[in-house]
Each structure stands twice: as structure tokens, then as C-alpha cells.
Design a protein around this ligand. Sequence first.
Ligand code: SF4
Length: 331
Amino acid sequence: MNKKAIALMSGGLDSTLAVRLLHDMGIEILGAHFTGPFCTCDRGNEGCMSYARIIAKELGIQFKIYSLGKEYMEIVANPPHGYGSGVNPCIDCRILLLKKAKELMDEEGASFIVTGDVVGQRPMSQLRKKIELIDRDSGLGGLILRPLSAKELPETIPEKEGIVDRTKLLGITGRRRKEQMDLAKKLDIGDYPCPAGGCLLTDKNFAARIRDLMAHEGLELATVPLLKIGRHYRLENGAKVVIGRNQAENEKLERMAKDADVLFIPEKVMGPSAILRAKDPESDQIELTATMLAAFCDGEGPVEVSYRQNSKQSTINVQHTSRDLYSSSRI
Ligand code: SF4
């Protein structure tokens, strides 16, 4: 066993502290940041990825970014260890990340893996029993070092072999972050505003959209961006309607509309854009979608709506109705 480790770096404080502790002990670290389709940090240069990169640069360590795609979607659709409060497959998500880190460990000739996990901090993946399960099912038992909680966990192989000094590791547990904040102050580390609350899959409303998609269309990576914007409705016949909530979403909807979708835009009045996604969009579905869109337009009179279906542009006139009429089909 050598003094080289792969560290999972989320960009948040816990993983930063974990890396810093090991780095200060003279362990060579390669930081790995994994992004997925449901990350909440997609703020360009301000997201978690950038914070992780900054930290790696400050410490002078190697840093790599990996995008999780198809494999990740498979565990979201069918997680062997089940979901948390939303459709978050946290246990399988952690196992997948650790398996990816193991691949990197083998490629890079590293000996063990470092994470910022804190025992008891997150209910689904950081309870002691869950940590044991993750270690076992990732096939990495004894090779995952959690410096912030190490004294609360069984000794790992790098500790047993004297690669890492267990006396310098910590025994933090629980959801309070006071000890981490104190340590950050002592080590002169800024708290990076990376949310610690989990990804979009933990969000109740977003989870409802995922469940609906799995029930009606199947979960595909390409569909995820549409789930993140607009008001979503599932019509009785299985068709889906998405209506923009602001100018930025209207523009995104217009860009996201596939050839097979019907794209609606109101004429002469201010109002949102909408997409109808159906197997073979029929005239009653088109009329209903235009009417739903009109309910979000300014004014109270009839609304002229233009729509594009298979590159063919048409218009339809519909009455202004109450939005409440459609609330039962809202996802
Ligand atoms: S909250 Fe999301 S990203 Fe975090 S472990 Fe759970 S599934 Fe994975």
C-alpha cells in the first residue's frame, strides 16, 4: 500500500476538510468530482465543480471531473437499495461513485479512497449501518477512509498499515456542523456555499415528475432538462403538457421542443410558450393544450395561439379559462 489516495471532492466543506487533513499528513491526493444530471449546482463558474477545482488548486493536488450519465439513470430507475424521501437512491448513488473511484484508484496506482462522510449526518447514506452496507456492496471494505468520522468507525487498512495516523483523524458525528466550522476556522478554510442538502431527486415536487415520467414515458437522460423547468401536466390520454413560467423558461421550451412535439406560442397577447408531447398528437389534444396555455395569458378574451407540428405552422383560437380547471392534472 502506498501513500496515494483518491478523494471524492464535492466542493462542500466536509470533503474539503477531509482532503486537507490527509494532505497535511503527507498523503498524495487525486481529487475526483462527480457531476450528475440531478445536481443542484449548475451555476456555471459558481457551482460545486468550480469550488472543488479551486480547493484542489489551492492545495496543489491533481483534480479530475467525471460526468455520470446512463449508469446513473439506471440506478435512479431501479435502485437495488431503494429510495430515500424522494426518488433519491442515495445508497446506490454512493456505491456507484465509490466504484468509479475504485476504477480511478486502479488506473492511478492509488491505494485507498477518501470521503467527507460524517456518521449520522445524512439519514439515508451516512448512518453507521448504511456506511457498512456501502463499504460491503462497493467491494471496497477497509479501503474507504472517512477522516472526519474515522474514530467512530472500524480501523481501515491504511490506518492499520500505518500509512495514515489514526490519532490525527477525527470522531465527528451527527448533523450539527459546529465541529466542521471550528476546524475550518482553525485551518483557515472558507466555507464554500455548496448545498449539503442533496440533489434534485430529494425534492418532493421534482420526485413527482420523475415518478410520472417513469410511469408514462420511461426515464431517459435526454428528458431530464425538460423536467427542471415549467409547469407540468399529464392529460388523461397520457399526453404531457409543459407550460413556461417566465421568459427564460419560454425560451428554453422553444429550444427543447423536439420535432415530434407540438410547440405553442400565443399571438398578440403576453403569455407563456408550451409543449405538447404525445405519441400522435390529435386535434383535441392540440385544442386542450392551447386552451391551457391561454389560461396563463394576459387579458380575458379569446386567445389566438400559433403552434408548430412537424415543421408545419398553424393557428387556433381558444377561449380564456381559469387555470384551476387544470390543477388536477398538474404533476
Ligand atoms: S442526494 Fe442525490 S447525489 Fe446525494 S447521495 Fe443521494 S442520490 Fe446521490
